[in-house]
Design a protein around this ligand. Sequence first.
Ligand code: SF4
Ligand code: ZN
Ligand code: ZN
Length: 214
Amino acid sequence: MRTTDWRDRAACRYEDPDLFFPAGTTGTFLLQIEQAKDVCRRCPVLAHCAQWAWETRPSDGIFAGLTEPERRYRRRQKRPAPSTMPPVPQPKPTTLAEAFTRHITPTGDGHVLWTGSSRQLKFQGKAYTPLRVAFLLGHGRDPEGLVRRTCGRACFAAEHLTDWRLRYEGAHCGTRPGYQRHLRDGETPCEPCRQANTDADNRLRRTGTTRAAA
Ligand code: SF4
Ligand SMILES: [Zn+2]
Ligand SMILES: [Zn+2]
């Protein structure tokens, strides 16, 4: 009769058994514990092992990715034996860009979605608005004034974001944006700009929009 014991398929079969019995839970033992857990993480019979440890209650050692204190804690919480292991915790991001990139997903057609769980991006104890960070990373500077999207979606692609400066940079004289640029820069608007502004005002009164007819 063929044995189908799950132990035959255990990932720890070829590992040093001592690895799974750390003599402590602090300092260098933490590293050992993590190494042992890594073996369990790729173990095909983890669920069997967890069930076994749950029923047998070994007083020591790492089984199914849990140390004895962790098993005890789980019991107190009345949680069932684990059948999978939680993903490896990621190290903290070291740059704002890294923190941002962890929470975005490209849509595949040029847009970028924010997948962060909150509306804030926390980095090194500070909170940022994701839109501001998206702009900053893409344009190399903080946005001035309101950030707007040019694609009309809840998008975080830097090239779809404009701020005040970008919107008015291309504001040529003889246009209403040009007029607004003068004001923003503390200048007296030039004649073509004043004219354009008056025209736009008149259009607004007549048609309800400042846009010139196409
Ligand atoms: S889960 Fe870990 S301890 Fe259990 S059999 Fe697999 S490798 Fe060994
Ligand atoms: Zn977009
Ligand atoms: Zn002008």
